[in-house]
Ligand binder design. Structure first.
Ligand SMILES: C[S@@+](CC[C@H](N)C(=O)[O-])C[C@H]1O[C@@H](n2cnc3c(N)ncnc32)[C@H](O)[C@@H]1O
Length: 336
């Protein structure tokens, strides 16, 4: 799916806050500051979602720039495209995995770009839709695929993986301390009845790893944990089903070759494993002189944003910039 528009029209203003159930772009102003989109530039939004960031970027690129956007989820593309069309500036949207960004750019007829944004994870619209199976708060089919046209569903992953694979995923992608207990409970349950719904999985997790004990009405919960085991296990399954770390690794690998001199990559992550990957990759490439500059501490949402959008709480934005044509990059640091 690719659309181009060149007619100039006054852009409508994007609302700063959205009603419940709609997607709010995380760290929007901070992303704009880092990527600094200007008329005539070519920028990629690798995770289009509902076009919150993409709209703000395209607004700044104007009629002489180009926005190229990808998303794995066909569900959000029509609405996002409609939003971008209101600006009547050039853009192209692709149903594609950002791991294949070089192929997307080739299809768009573009060699290199001025900036790439990836806002990882899922949109609130995906989480809130019970039919997608991302949330244990709503009963629905245990699917969790961002791209519903291919791949194993979460139900297939849960029903077909070995105990070790399940426990490994819950530990690696969810930091779940009771990973083995929960994996054992799943293996036992599925021998009676294969998993089909989010509710069934949540019930098994809750029984295997109870979160809190209440002594009675009015008593505070005992053993309260910051995150529910169900939150961690569902996150782990989503990351495993969508091969999120593998996709991110591939994106990070190809980024330097896709950026023009002086071009910037910006990545927002919500999970410690993803953030670690982004941090170490940018840092190592900076040390090797591939990037001329990279963020030190991650950029975090303000208290105001966290209050307005609780889903932004764990967001971390990191960036890296290639050397400009005339820029002398200091000798790479060599460490033992
Ligand atoms: C947090 S949302 C992005 C929201 C968007 N920045 C906005 O402002 O509306 C993440 C989006 O990335 C998509 N996504 C996740 N992994 C992807 C991948 N490997 N390739 C392309 N899109 C991906 C999801 O389907 C989802 O729509």
């Amino acid at each position: 799916m690719a659309r181009k528009f060149n007619r100039k029209r006054r852009p409508p203003k994007l609302p700063r806050s959205t009603p419940d159930g709609e997607h709010r772009s995380v760290l929007r102003d901070e992303v704009l500051k880092v990527l600094d989109p200007k008329p005539g530039m070519v920028i990629v939004d690798a995770t289009l979602g509902f076009a919150g960031h993409a709209f703000a970027i395209l607004e700044r690129l104007g009629p002489t720039g180009l926005l190229i956007a990808t998303d794995l989820d066909t569900g959000s593309i029509p609405k996002a495209t409609e939003t971008l069309e209101t600006l009547r500036y050039p853009f192209q949207v692709f149903h594609a995995n950002f791991a294949g960004l070089p192929g997307v750019l080739a299809q768009a007829g573009v060699m290199q770009v001025d900036g790439v944004l990836a806002d990882l994870g899922m949109s609130s619209m995906q989480v809130d839709d019970p039919a997608r199976g991302f949330s244990y708060m709503r009963d629905g089919p245990l699917d969790m695929r961002m791209d519903r046209s291919r791949g194993r569903t979460a139900a297939e992953f849960v029903n077909e993986s070995t105990f070790d694979e399940l426990a490994g995923a819950f530990t690696e992608f969810g930091d779940e301390p009771n990973a083995a207990t929960i994996a054992a409970a799943i293996v036992l349950e599925r021998s009676e009845r294969p998993f089909e719904t989010t509710k069934q999985l949540r019930a098994t997790i809750d029984l295997a790893a109870p979160v809190e004990l209440r002594l009675g009405p009015g008593y505070p919960p005992v053993h309260k944990q910051k995150l529910l085991p169900a939150t961690r296990v569902f996150q782990a399954l989503r990351i495993a089903v969508n091969r999120e770390l593998a996709n991110l690794t591939q994106l990070l690998r190809v980024l330097p070759s896709l950026l023009k001199p002086g071009g910037t990559a910006a990545i927002i992550s919500f999970h410690s494993g993803e953030d670690r990957l982004v941090k170490t990759t940018f840092r190592d490439a900076r040390r090797m002189g591939v990037y001329a500059a990279a963020s030190g501490d991650p950029i975090r949402p303000s208290e105001e944003e966290k209050l307005a959008n609780p889903r932004s709480r764990s967001a971390k934005l990191r960036w890296a910039r290639l050397p400009r044509i005339d820029e002398v990059v200091p000798t790479p640091e060599i460490e033992d």
